[in-house]
Design a protein around this ligand. Structure first.
Ligand code: ASP
Length: 338
């Protein structure tokens, strides 16, 4: 049966990802993750065509609500929504009502009254996006909440790895840098370990979370032992905007010990490749020549995969919304989550 968007995939959708929101990776099953990655695969080619537009989200209203700065994530979601034919409204709440003292909940209630279908939300507080999702009727996507989670970043990273190597299971993946403040690290730890990779965190002690043993990963305080036998090296930015103390003596010293250059890259497997979620601080966590070496770095591919992954997530949540509305159910079809 087709839904109003003309999509013919209801039974696949319900069996594979029947959630109303995408608030994080924690708790997703390998099947749910694989389902979203497989959907995203179908958009990669379409995004390389001259005509990139589909009508899957025609008539749908999507708000891009950013309470924190963003360049690539906001643009990537906007492009994803538009390529699927949705109406995307960008709201940078840094300059808006939030400055006038409106609370997150009031903003959510106001927007909810405009009947959006999907809210894409970035918020500086960990848990802020979940709180908002509890106050609205539409689908909510977490585009980064504090240092908690950034689920679409982890999905796009996984898609990049899977396309490069063919699988995720059994890979040794190093995540290096400011793990403590990184939502990208947290979402990737959940996703990549759920899909069977072995994760190593490499950071100065001060930039590792205190509960690191509970995360099911290995941790290292130096690149030499941490990078040994790694297949993938994911570098992270120092998130100075979340630092309220001094975590390392200087950027120069940080680069000396933890910055990725060719010499340190040699410690990993011969064909290991480099990832970075951006924005990059060249000369702080990564040497410019390494970041720009397209034979080793997949940073641009990550950006491309980001659009495909976000199209997959938007499409999936839009279909789940349709199927959760009674008029689109026949008697034999159970409601999702029942
Ligand atoms: N863009 C990523 C994030 O929003 C990583 C970063 O900002 O360093 O978390």
């Amino acid at each position: 049966m087709k839904n109003p968007a003309g999509i013919n995939t209801r039974s696949d959708m319900l069996t594979s990802f029947s959630r109303q929101h995408l608030l994080g990776i924690e708790g997703l099953s390998p099947n749910e993750i694989a389902f979203l990655l497989n959907r995203a695969e179908t958009y990669i080619n379409q995004n390389r065509q001259i005509n990139k537009k589909k009508s899957t989200l025609r008539g749908r209203t999507i708000f891009n609500l950013f309470f924190e700065n963003s360049t690539r994530t906001r643009t990537s979601f906007e492009l994803a929504g538009k390529r699927l034919g949705g109406d995307v409204i960008n709201m940078s709440l840094l300059q808006s009502s939030i400055k006038k003292g409106e609370t997150l909940i009031d903003t959510a209630m106001t927007l909810n009254a405009m009947h959006p279908d999907i809210l894409i939300v970035r918020h500086p507080a960990s848990g802020g996006v979940k709180l908002l999702s509890e106050k609205v009727n539409c689908a909510v996507i977490n585009a980064g909440d504090g240092s908690h989670e950034h689920p679409t970043q982890a999905l796009l990273d996984a898609l990049t790895i899977r396309r490069r190597v063919g699988h995720i299971m059994g890979l040794n993946i190093a995540i290096c840098g400011d793990i403590l403040h990184s939502r990208v690290a947290r979402s990737n730890i959940y996703l990549l370990s759920t899909m069977g990779a072995r994760i190593r965190l490499i950071a100065p002690k001060t930039l590792l979370p205190t509960n690191v043993e509970t995360l099911g990963v290995e941790s290292f305080n130096n690149m030499k032992s941490g990078l040994k036998d790694c297949d993938v090296i994911m570098m992270l930015r120092l998130q100075r905007e979340r630092m309220h103390a001094s975590y390392f003596p200087s950027s120069r010293e940080y680069f000396h010990f933890f910055g990725l250059n060719y010499k340190k890259l040699e410690l990993a497997k011969k064909n290991a490749f480099i990832m970075h979620p951006g924005p990059m601080n060249r000369g702080v966590e990564i040497a410019p020549e390494v970041a720009d070496d397209v034979s080793r770095s997949v940073i641009r591919e990550q950006v491309e995969m980001g659009v495909a992954v976000r199209m997959a997530v938007l499409e999936t949540l839009a279909i789940n919304l349709d199927t959760s509305q009674p008029e689109f159910f026949d008697e034999k079809t159970p409601k999702p989550n029942q």
